[in-house]
Ligand binder design. Structure first.
Ligand SMILES: NC(=O)c1ccc[n+]([C@@H]2O[C@H](COP(=O)([O-])OP(=O)(O)OC[C@H]3O[C@@H](n4cnc5c(N)ncnc54)[C@H](OP(=O)(O)O)[C@@H]3O)[C@@H](O)[C@H]2O)c1
Length: 245
């Protein structure tokens, strides 16, 4: 089985937005980046842009709601690299048009959003865990959001207190729970698992009015993906600060 001396990272949803920039920043640190994308043309274009910047980047086809796509991706990574060091579960959706409120968001919307944000994340993690266990410093970063914090949603003084995207918010709260339980399960192994809130960032999802630039929005994910051996596991982070769950 092939092994690589450089670290290998898979970033899902890396054809644009935070995922693309996370791949770029990890690549600049010498990590070989696997640019996960569900659309072959967009994924190949993103990987080729990064390769043009001198980064070791390869497109991997991965649609996180499709079990066959996930297992094909895991088989490809095993065949080409023999292991995985970093998994950034970045792919996510926020359905502004239909995720309208606790009384109006339909079950269909809840299910669709959970398919990507939660079930997809769990499926990708489970498929790649055997490869991450082969790493001497496995790192899993789960893109959550401050909108997944029940503590913030319960605090009238919180800036997000009145924000209501019930499907998105609950899917990210579920990501937080999975992160905490997985980290505890993996205690004693070389794998660390953390949840990241990137900030409110100018991407297609965050919108033009978002205050943070993408370059700053990826700092939390990149830091958690490259944690040292004495770094934390099982936390919920934004720029080095632990958020309340
Ligand atoms: N931007 C913010 O302010 C903000 C704040 C908090 C948390 N986050 C989280 O950060 C992550 C990245 O967000 P972003 O702002 O970069 O969003 P974005 O610009 O909308 O990018 C989302 C990425 O996820 C991919 N994706 C969506 N569904 C997928 C699926 N089923 N399978 C595979 N890939 C899929 C998209 O691929 P396509 O191009 O093919 O659609 C795209 O590459 C998300 O998890 C989001 O919830 C963002």
């Amino acid at each position: 089985m092939p092994t690589s001396p450089t670290r290998i990272a898979l970033i899902t949803g890396a054809n644009k937005g935070l995922g693309f920039e996370t791949a770029r920043q990890l690549g600049r640190q010498g990590v070989t980046v696997l640019v996960g994308a569900r659309d072959a043309a967009r994924g190949a274009a993103a990987a080729s842009t990064l390769a043009g910047e001198g980064i070791a980047a390869h497109h991997i086809a991965i649609e996180v709601t499709d079990a066959a796509s996930i297992s094909a991706a895991a088989a490809e990574v095993e065949r080409r690299f023999g292991r995985l060091d970093i998994l950034v579960n970045n792919a996510g959706v926020l359905d502004y048009a239909n995720d309208t409120g606790v009384e109006t968001t339909s079950l269909a919307t809840l299910r669709r959003v959970f398919e990507t944000n939660f079930f997809g994340l769990v499926a990708v993690t489970q498929a790649f865990l055997p490869l991450l266990r082969r790493s001497d410093a496995g790192r899993i970063v789960n893109l959550s959001s401050i909108l997944g914090s029940i503590g913030e949603h319960s605090d009238p003084n919180s800036p997000i207190y009145a924000m209501r995207f019930p499907a998105y918010d609950a899917s990210k709260a579920a990501v937080n729970m999975y992160t905490a339980e997985l980290a505890q399960t993996l205690k004693g192994t070389a794998i660390k698992v953390n949840a990241a809130h990137p900030g409110w960032v100018k991407t297609d999802m965050g919108g033009e009015q978002a205050p943070m630039q993408i370059i700053d929005g990826v700092k939390t994910s990149v830091a958690l993906a490259t944690l040292p051996a004495d770094g934390p596991t099982g936390g919920y982070w934004h720029l080095g600060v632990h958020l309340r769950w």
